[in-house]
Design a protein around this ligand. Structure first.
Ligand code: ASP
Length: 345
């Protein structure tokens, strides 16, 4: 009798040891993934103080989202409160820190998507909504539409009870100086292109002043995914230009069956490649893993001449954060509250 119990215990220990060697075992589930933009983020150009500020802001965002998820809130709620912290920080190109358009305005885009219901909402070209991500959610939950733009979106946000601020709220010296640099660089480039008879197709080749978009993807306790993205777009963008962030399937997408995705980078390329939906489609139709699909999507953007990155999270809690730039502000938090913040390659 004692002998059989002993061998049973040995067998169980052996089985456990075998299980531990399988991939996925003991691997922590990621519950929240964020980005704060991709671009020419080089350690050489960063002061220790600036890097510490970014790390602190990214940690606060992750902690805020984690606390919401731990309290049993939905992934939609977690994404929204997480993005609020980054929209309210002057460090990121979203909300308070939004970049300037060519004519010196701050025109913001945002979107949210619920992976459980496939409902989505977006706003574009808004100039007075303090937290555009909440306006995107309001469009989804309080209107029969998916996307609203400009003044109409602002009027709708006001009716929905969201915080409205004067456009001057979005002024930061850093972003203003960035616009002046971009205008100079773009005019030099236009002259050079003219001399060399090359046409200046987009006029926004230099992205150094243009990164900082924010995004979050969350997985809640009920197993539902949600994704959100908020941005000021690209410095020196022309009047009325809309990027990929508010376009469902380009910069933002969520589907419980595949993944939640939020992108950042040169938006025109993300729109033309339908990047976020492409990842979901590769997973759905080709049965590709999250990692492989995300990497393939970024490779396509790069081949076309675009740059940037993205974050993706699936229902099993796998995460992918590929980018083809020098750096991407990004971070994750796992189910046990362990926070990781990364900036460089
Ligand atoms: N994707 C954003 C846009 O094109 C910009 C960025 O992520 O840096 O509007």
């Amino acid at each position: 009798m004692i002998k059989t119990t002993k061998s049973l215990i040995y067998l169980m220990i052996l089985a456990l040891m075998l299980l531990a060697t399988l991939p996925g075992w003991a691997q922590k589930k990621y519950v929240m993934v964020i980005h704060g933009g991709a671009g020419t983020i080089l350690k050489a150009n960063m002061t220790p103080a600036k890097e510490a500020d970014y790390r602190e802001a990214l940690t606060l965002a992750l902690k805020t989202g984690y606390d919401a998820l731990k309290a049993g809130k939905s992934s939609m709620d977690a994404v929204e409160v997480t993005i609020h912290t980054m929209e309210d920080s002057p460090l990121f190109n979203a909300g308070k820190g939004a970049v300037f358009t060519h004519d010196g305005k701050n025109e913001m885009d945002a979107a949210m998507m619920d992976g459980k219901t496939q409902m989505a909402g977006a706003v574009a070209g808004v100039t007075t909504i303090r937290n555009p991500i909440s306006a995107a959610r309001a469009v989804m939950e309080k209107s029969e539409h998916v996307m609203m733009v400009g003044q109409g979106a602002e009027q709708f946000a006001k009716q929905a009870g969201l915080k409205i601020v004067p456009p001057s709220y979005f002024y930061t010296k850093d972003r203003w100086d960035g616009l002046q640099r971009a205008i100079k660089q773009d005019s030099v480039k236009a002259v050079l292109d003219h001399v060399s008879k090359k046409s200046n197709l987009l006029g926004i080749k230099n992205r150094d002043d243009k990164f900082g978009t924010v995004g979050a993807v969350a997985l809640d306790q009920a197993g539902n995914l949600a994704a959100g993205t908020s941005t000021g777009g690209m410095t020196n963008k022309k009047y009325g230009r809309v990027g990929d962030a508010p376009i469902i399937g380009a910069g933002t997408y969520a589907n419980n069956e595949t993944a939640g995705i939020s992108a950042t980078g040169w938006g025109e390329f993300y729109i033309r490649n339908v990047v976020a939906y492409d990842i979901s489609a590769m997973m759905e139709y080709k049965k590709m893993s999250l990692q492989d699909a995300a990497a393939a999507a970024i490779e396509k953007v790069g081949k076309m001449g675009g740059d940037g990155g993205l974050i993706a999270l699936d229902r099993a809690g796998n995460v992918a954060m590929p980018f083809n730039t020098a750096g991407m502000y990004r971070g994750t938090v796992t189910e046990d509250g362990e926070i990781e913040v990364l900036i460089y390659k």
